[in-house]
Ligand binder design. Structure first.
Ligand code: GTP
Ligand code: MG
Length: 173
């Protein structure tokens, strides 16, 4: 893991939130290392990775924070959100319950952060079309109602993973 302190001109903190097993850690490993783990374990506490992205000829360092979806494994909430400029709020398109859980994550985000944070609703596991429980329309509608960006991704086959992070980073920039 990298140090959270860097001398770069631009350092953006972005947090990943969403229920357990929606694929937050795999979205991060796909983005930062182009890796996917079929047997990944539930995250305990907090992890982060930094990734340099070039925007308009400038190097922007994105520091992506990942925590546990499960309450009992989570670290101190206020520290997790502190200073965050962007958030990817993730659900699993094959589990409706994780989509219903989004409201709770948005509430937590609102209480922990000012409203200027860039928020992206992410429907992950779009490779599993055959067992989909949440339609693209439902995702879009919720995102519109909440004034968020929306994208469907697959950490498994890498669909839209880069794009999801880059949209948030560009919007912060
Ligand atoms: P917590 O750390 O408990 O909050 O879970 P998480 O949101 O970090 O989920 P994680 O990345 O550990 O993924 C959970 C499971 O879903 C793992 O078995 C992954 O291999 C699988 N998974 C993650 N992303 C995808 C995806 O895009 N497609 C498919 N098919 N499986 C995925
Ligand atoms: Mg995890």
């Amino acid at each position: 893991m990298d140090s959270p302190i860097g001398g770069e001109e631009y350092l953006f903190k972005i947090v990943l939130i969403g229920d357990s097993a929606v694929g937050k850690s795999n979205l991060l490993s796909r983005f930062a290392r182009n890796e996917f783990d079929t047997n990944s374990k539930a995250t305990i506490g907090v992890e982060f990775q930094t990734q340099v992205v070039e925007i308009e000829g400038k190097e922007v360092k994105a520091q992506i924070w990942d925590t546990a979806g499960q309450e009992r494994f989570r670290a101190v909430t206020s520290a997790y959100y502190r200073g965050a400029l962007g958030a990817l709020v993730v659900y699993d398109i094959t589990r409706k319950g994780t989509f219903d859980g989004i409201k709770r994550w948005l509430q937590e985000l609102d209480t922990q952060n000012d409203s200027s944070i860039v928020r992206m609703l992410v429907g992950n596991k779009c490779d599993l079309e055959n067992i989909r429980e949440v339609s693209i329309e439902e995702g879009k509608t919720l995102a519109e109602a909440e004034g968020m960006f929306f994208i469907e991704t697959s950490a498994l086959d890498a669909t839209n993973v880069q794009t999801a992070f880059e949209i948030v980073i560009r919007e912060i920039y």
